[in-house]
Design a protein around this ligand. Structure first.
Ligand code: SF4
Ligand code: SF4
Length: 444
């Protein structure tokens, strides 16, 4: 069940997204002990003190004291050299909510200077789902001009290195990534997937990654729900969850996306909302309530859905009694804990429970399954070198398990692992864990 935060500031009209001073109580909790250094993946990769949590907290204190400017280039670079992975929060003795601090800092920077033009253009397109959809369809149609081949139908690579600029963001000839689908998930299915005798109806928030990059995993999720006699509503009007925008400080856009999603899912009349992505689920369980805390109309609706949002694994194992799978899936499987799924949604036991219950699967744990993979959404593009150093460690950990399959619960991690497993000469297939359950059901 979701946990939400109702009181953010004591000020009725604002949240920390609107006023940096509101995070002062979080800053005051930091005793500069440095425990965060041991778990921060960015610090682990670059060993630079300014990368780590306590340095960013010191910078926030200096900004509030008027000793530093937010838009000083060194300060701005420091603020964006963070994956917002929350690893530091798991090792903090005084429970500093660093995610609030970093998001408040970025939002304050955007309030002061506005967004760079490229981000402004991309984020404003997200507010127009039809335009965004049309843009991605054009991208999917033109994709073969720029990307070559398919590896087992699941990955594409640049046809040729994109020069120096491409190499800086990892678009060299070795890059492996999922292709954009020409037929998005929400176009493959009706808005309501009925079953013969439904025992419940749920709404499925697909998110953009499952819709445009991993539609087969989305189809698998629906197939699993159908196999458990659940009617699934997939409203076409849904938009991006907003997390990719939130982490760049564009609070106005993420609030617009949240309002659209709340309106859209209110209309389904469903009792539960299901996600197959830790970032999307975290948005519904936590971010929307925090963003809307001062909104008398959308605040209560955000709370309503926060209490009814479940990752598919939690829904199957804790809300309904999952129909035990009987088909054999002969694979050696390891599982990567996505940061948003484990550290935000607190989901880690449930996917393992499902995987271990599938006949034929031999489960192998990594030495550090919840170490961040280095994706961080667009961090992989903006800080490619650090991101790939973090991804390399993860791929090596995967290789040591001798698994042939890496299962994940978050599409962004799937993308990062696909590339890094390939670069580390790993042969593992990267799949959403729900696809393995669907495979078992299909083999019955
Ligand atoms: S672990 Fe927590 S209290 Fe210690 S320095 Fe890091 S953020 Fe501050
Ligand atoms: S959120 Fe992650 S990357 Fe950012 S400071 Fe904390 S541990 Fe480091």
């Amino acid at each position: 069940m979701a946990t939400t935060t109702k009181t953010l500031s004591g000020r009725p009209d604002q949240t920390y997204h609107d006023d940096l001073a509101i995070v002062r109580e979080e800053l005051d909790k930091c005793m500069k002990c440095g425990n965060c250094m041991a778990v921060c993946p960015v610090y682990g990769a670059d060993k630079v003190e300014t990368s780590v949590t306590r340095s960013k907290i010191a910078v926030a204190e200096a900004i509030l004291a008027g000793e530093l400017e937010l838009d000083d280039p060194q300060v701005s670079e420091m603020l964006f050299n963070c994956l917002v992975c929350k690893s530091c929060m798991t090792n903090c003795p005084t429970k500093v909510n660093f995610d609030r601090i970093i998001l408040a800092l970025r939002a304050a920077l955007v309030r002061k200077n506005g967004l760079p033009w490229l981000k402004r253009m991309i984020f404003s397109t997200l507010k127009h789902p039809r335009l965004f959809d049309a843009g991605l369809r054009v991208g999917a149609a033109l994709q073969p001009l720029v990307f070559r081949g398919e590896k087992g139908g699941k990955a594409i690579s640049p046809r040729s290195p994109f020069g120096q600029a491409g190499a800086a963001i990892g678009f060299d000839g070795e890059r492996q990534m999922p292709g954009l689908t020409v037929t998005p998930l929400r176009d493959r299915i009706p808005e309501v997937v009925k079953v013969a005798s439904a025992k419940m109806k749920v709404a499925f928030f697909t998110g953009d990654s499952l819709n445009y990059f991993y539609p087969e995993a989305g189809m698998d999720l629906i197939e699993v729900l159908s196999a458990n006699d659940i009617e699934v509503h997939i409203p076409k009007g849904q938009s991006c969850c907003g997390v990719p925008v939130l982490v760049h400080g564009d609070v106005d856009t993420v609030r617009a996306l949240a309002r659209n999603n709340l309106d859209t899912f209110d209309r389904t009349g469903c009792e539960y909302l299901i996600t197959g992505c830790g970032s999307c689920g975290g948005a519904w369980q936590h971010d929307y309530t925090e963003l809307m805390a001062a909104d008398p109309v959308y605040g209560p609706r955000a709370e309503y859905w926060a209490q009814r949002t479940y990752d598919i694994s939690t829904f199957l194992t804790r809300v309904i009694k999952l129909r035990p799978p009987r088909g054999r899936v002969d694979r050696v499987v390891t599982y990567h804990d996505s940061c948003h799924l484990k550290k935000t949604m607190k989901v880690f036991a449930e996917p393992r429970e499902i995987l271990k219950g599938i006949p034929g699967i031999t489960f192998k744990e990594m030495s550090a399954p919840d170490a961040c993979c280095g994706s961080g959404g667009s961090y992989v593009l903006s800080h490619y070198e650090t991101s790939s150093a973090i991804g390399r460690k993860k791929a090596e950990d995967i290789n040591r398990t001798a698994a042939d399959t890496v299962s994940v619960g978050c599409p962004a991690c799937m993308m990062q692992l696909l590339d890094n497993v390939h670069r580390a000469d790993g042969q593992q297939e990267v799949v959403h864990y729900i696809s393995l359950l669907a495979e078992s059901y299909r083999k019955e």
